[in-house]
Ligand binder design. Structure first.
Ligand code: HEM
Length: 492
């Protein structure tokens, strides 16, 4: 008798919750698959990670440029058009990141990428000068040195066999970020692989699985799985590395007897290690920034500063491998800039003269945006480009699909760098670095690094197709399950 009674109560609870879910979903003025009891639409996302981007593309064909899904009871709206992305990205109120970013908490804490409100505002304001071009110029020698090491590694592999670029480029990108904004040197390129890069991949995979497979989302479930142990191990390595970087820089400052920004006139706009020095020496409201907050920012910038640029570089090389004509145009531009001596490093001014290369980078990041998806939480009921959204909805901005939208780009899947010779009809048609107040703080840093990497590789090699197509996945950053391969042939 009691069993029957409990079963009836359970069914009633499920039914009431289901009706609530249907009612909630009707309040969102976007179409989408009908939600099931308890699951919502969670079951539809149980696909291989490499299918995820394709799956949300298929939904957009079926339901339109904005569609709704529920992960259990949590509402998500996925948008594929700038008319929805623009009001969100340009808003000064809708600055809170979406639900998915909470899976980054144990790694990045309240760093600039994940924080919100006052904490984000204060940190964004005081870290922005660290990316002023006066400071970026000082990073040029380190970027060029690290690129030379990478070029020599690639030369050894330029034997006509396919080269998986990701692991090689990631080490150079990591050295770049550590030697520039952190101001210390670990020479990770000396090794064939790095624990730090592997742990970044591990964390990115775990976080993405928890976003995509809603059953892994609740901590109660996740903490019981072997995945949690893997996460703990990866975090130990990642945090260990960032603590080491912080301690190394702290020791250098102590050795030089620098204890505050005021005691050293070079620190600030002219100092070349401004980012970590700013974190270690600045005071906010009369207090030094606490140890854990420094660690969270260093973790954020180490991750954002190397994984994204790696993706940008390898996918650009992949795209170039299929377009010999574009490589030759880059090479011709480089010849006019470098004159007789092609073997030297570029100056900062010469990087600015690489206009055609800049078009190529924009076009390649249009097709393969290093950050394909971003997410914002609606902190109130709002109207976004005519869409009615309820408080608590996470809006996923599909950068990849926006930048391949046939309404915005003619023959969107074709590589045509010349598209960017004329201004876009809206700046929100190209948002590889996002846009608005929470755009990428490292945009100029990234463009400089990408220009150095691609120009040096084009100067030294002819890039040939490998015949291996990448199986692209959105693991926070655009990566490929089977690597990104090209073949290289030395130019001389
Ligand atoms: C090609 C390379 C890069 C691309 C395509 C890229 C793209 C992006 C995008 C799309 C966002 C918005 C993320 C969101 O809304 O959740 C972002 C934010 C951010 N990026 Fe980048 N990024 C790149 C390189 C870098 C570099 C080199 C750094 C640091 C050295 C960096 C640091 C950050 C940080 C800290 C944020 C958070 C900013 C905030 O919320 O105020 N990024 N980036």
């Amino acid at each position: 008798m009691i069993v029957i009674f409990l079963s009836v109560v359970l069914v009633l609870i499920i039914l009431v919750n289901w009706f609530k879910l249907i009612n909630e979903s009707n309040k969102i003025s976007a179409r989408g698959p009908f939600p099931l009891p308890i699951l919502g639409n969670a079951h539809l996302f149980m696909v291989d990670a490499s299918e995820f981007l394709n799956l949300i593309y298929k939904f957009s064909i079926k339901y339109g440029d904005a569609f709704r899904v529920h992960f259990f009871s949590r509402p998500h709206v996925i948008v594929n058009h700038p008319k929805y992305a623009e009001p969100i990205l340009s808003s000064n109120e809708l600055l809170t990141k979406g639900q998915s970013y909470r899976f980054l908490d144990s790694w990045l804490g309240q760093g600039l990428l994940t924080s919100t409100g006052n904490r984000w505002r204060t940190h964004r304001k005081f870290l922005t000068p660290a990316f002023h071009f006066n400071i970026l110029q000082n990073f040029l020698p380190a970027f060029c040195k690290n690129q030379r090491i990478l070029t020599e590694k690639l030369r050894k592999r330029a034997d006509g066999k396919p080269i998986n670029l990701f692991p090689l480029v990631a080490l150079a990108a990591l050295d770049n970020v550590i030697e520039s904004i952190m101001g210390v040197s670990l020479d990770v390129q000396k090794n064939e692989e790095s624990d730090y890069v592997q742990s970044t991949d591990m964390m990115a995979n775990i976080v993405s699985s928890r976003v995509q497979i809603p059953f892994l989302a609740p901590n109660m479930v996740f903490n019981m799985l072997p995945l949690k142990k893997q996460q703990d191990k990866a975090l130990e390595i990642l945090h260990g590395q960032t603590r080491k970087v912080i301690q190394m820089r702290r020791d250098e400052l102590n050795k030089a007897n620098i204890t505050s920004l005021a005691t050293h006139s070079d620190i600030g706009i002219k100092n070349k290690y401004a980012f970590l020095d700013l974190l270690l020496l600045s005071e906010i409201n009369g207090e030094k920034i606490d140890e854990e907050s420094v660690r969270e920012e260093v973790d954020t910038f180490m991750f954002e500063g190397h994984d994204t640029t790696t993706s940008g570089i390898v996918y650009t090389l992949f795209v170039l491998s299929k377009h010999r004509d574009v490589q030759e145009k880059i090479y011709e531009e480089l010849k006019t800039i470098y004159g007789d001596n092609m073997d030297r490093d570029p100056t900062y001014q010469e990087l600015q003269q690489m206009k055609y290369l800049e078009l190529v980078l924009k076009e390649s990041m249009r097709l393969y945006p290093p950050v394909p998806l971003i997410e914002r939480l609606m902190v109130k009921d709002c109207d976004v480009g005519g869409l009615k959204l309820v408080k608590g909805t996470s809006v996923l901005i599909n950068i990849l699909q926006i930048q391949r939208h046939p309404e915005l780009y003619e023959n969107p899947l074709e590589l045509r760098p010349e598209r960017f010779e004329v201004p876009l009809s809206s700046p929100f048609n190209w948002i590889a670095f996002s846009a608005g107040p929470r755009n990428c703080i490292g945009q100029k840093f990234a463009m400089m690094e990408l220009k150095i990497a691609i120009s040096e590789i084009v100067k030294n090699f002819i890039i040939l197709p490998s015949g291996i197509e990448p199986k692209s996945t959105a693991v926070l950053v655009l990566k490929s399950q089977n690597g990104v391969h090209v073949k290289l042939r030395p130019r001389n």
